[in-house]
Design a protein around this ligand. Sequence first.
Ligand SMILES: O=C(CO)COP(=O)(O)O
Length: 136
Amino acid sequence: MKIALIAHDRMKEEIVQLALAYEAILSEHELFATGTTGQRIMDATSLTLKRCLSGPLGGDQQIGAMIAQNEMDLIIFLRDPLTAQPHEPDIIALLRLCDVHKIPFATNLGTAEILLRALERGELDWREIVHEENER
Ligand SMILES: O=C(CO)COP(=O)(O)O
């Protein structure tokens, strides 16, 4: 599965802790991240992530493009609910595309943990069927 991990600055420590706690599960998947988030996770874990640009420089849009092509299977995006972001339109666009393609999307730690446990139990395997149908 292709999983994107993204966090705003005030949430970076949370996503690093999440990646550490779920490293074994995450290591079985293809991981993507926005620039700084990806670097922080790679510095703290043994995970390898494909890093896009930093969010404000277009990283959200790069991940959004993958979602638009229905290539992304799970998004964990720990958004900062208390700080305005200069690239808010990119963030909203990413969210909207997840809804268009029915991609599981977590915006906080509570939901992120539920989704990662569901992933471990194989409850997101329906995404493989979506990919097979897209290839036809
Ligand atoms: O701004 C972001 C998401 O909107 C995250 O970008 P960075 O991971 O580069 O900080």
